[in-house]
Write a protein that binds this ligand. Structure first.
Ligand SMILES: Nc1ncnc2c1ncn2[C@@H]1O[C@H](COP(=O)(O)OP(=O)(O)OP(=O)(O)O)[C@@H](O)[C@H]1O
Ligand SMILES: [Mg+2]
Length: 252
């Protein structure tokens, strides 16, 4: 469902190598967790998957479609939730959702049903007539989630989607993600909450300084390692974070 091959991206004219030659495949029916310290390259990778950033090198395929060659077709199959819920402040929730439904060409009767469905789940019905500028962070996040799912995309790509959600909403989102994958679809999401990754994900990748340093099921990642928990493994694998690259190269 998602195939990344030899993906790289630098910023500041090559001075910052944010993503360094990563390859991974996310299969249909899988919830895939993307972990890594701050600044590791998660958001950069996600923005390349959804076609917001152009890779320096490498390929992205979503549902078999090459993102660089046919971005519109690929984007139709993606529900994307960015790391910050950026919504037009001067629209009402309803206007925002209908705007997105227009962009994704969702027919009137279908959109009405889906908007109703997600607003009910996220308890946003009372606020949807208000301007977005009056929403709390969590309410904006739930509006963005609703908007991202209106065109019923098979591939959900979410950058720290639980941030700002109350425990009930986070629980409901996890449930929606699991149900989506039970139907044979795909979820790829980044998170700093290791318990969520541990409990929810079929497979996990850990990225550190732009490189994938572990990838597989939790059992595979734990295999041949003395550490018992994902937290311990994460801490061990990423502990050289902060050491300048040149010094680390010198030490190894
Ligand atoms: N627009 C940009 N211009 C320059 N450097 C950037 C830009 N965006 C990100 N970077 C750098 O690229 C690297 C990866 O950043 P990225 O946002 O992908 O990390 P992340 O894993 O999503 O981190 P976090 O967990 O904090 O969200 C960092 O070193 C960051 O400083
Ligand atoms: Mg990020």
């Amino acid at each position: 469902m998602i195939e990344l091959s030899n993906l790289s991206k630098s910023y500041a004219r090559g001075k910052v190598k944010a993503v360094d030659n990563i390859s991974l495949t996310v299969r249909p029916g899988e919830i895939f967790g993307f972990l890594g310290p701050n600044g590791a390259g998660k958001t950069t990778t996600i923005k390349m998957i959804v076609g917001l950033l152009r890779p320096d090198t490498g390929e992205v395929r979503v549902a078999g479609i090459d993102m660089l060659k046919d971005p519109i077709a690929a984007k139709r199959r993606i529900g994307y939730v960015p790391d910050q819920p950026q919504v037009y402040d001067r629209l009402t929730g309803n206007e925002y959702l209908n705007f997105l439904a227009d962009v994704y060409q969702v027919p009137d009767d279908v959109r009405r049903e889906r908007i109703e469905h997600y607003l009910e789940i996220f308890e946003l019905k009372g606020a949807v007539g208000d301007l977005v500028q009056s929403y709390s962070h969590g309410m904006k996040q739930k509006l963005v989630l609703t908007g991202a799912l209106l065109h019923n995309p098979p591939v959900w790509i979410m950058d720290e989607p639980m941030v700002g959600l109350d425990p009930r909403s986070a629980f409901l989102l996890k449930d929606l993600m699991a149900e989506h994958c039970r139907q044979g679809h795909t979820v790829f999401f980044s998170t700093h909450i290791l318990e969520v990754a541990e409990r929810l994900c079929d497979r996990i990748a850990i990225i550190n300084r732009g490189r994938i340093i572990a990838c597989g099921t939790l059992e595979e990642i734990k295999e041949h390692r003395e550490k018992e928990t994902l937290e311990n493994i994460f801490l061990e694998l990423t502990e050289n974070e902060g050491i300048p690259v040149s010094l680390e190269d010198h030490l190894s």
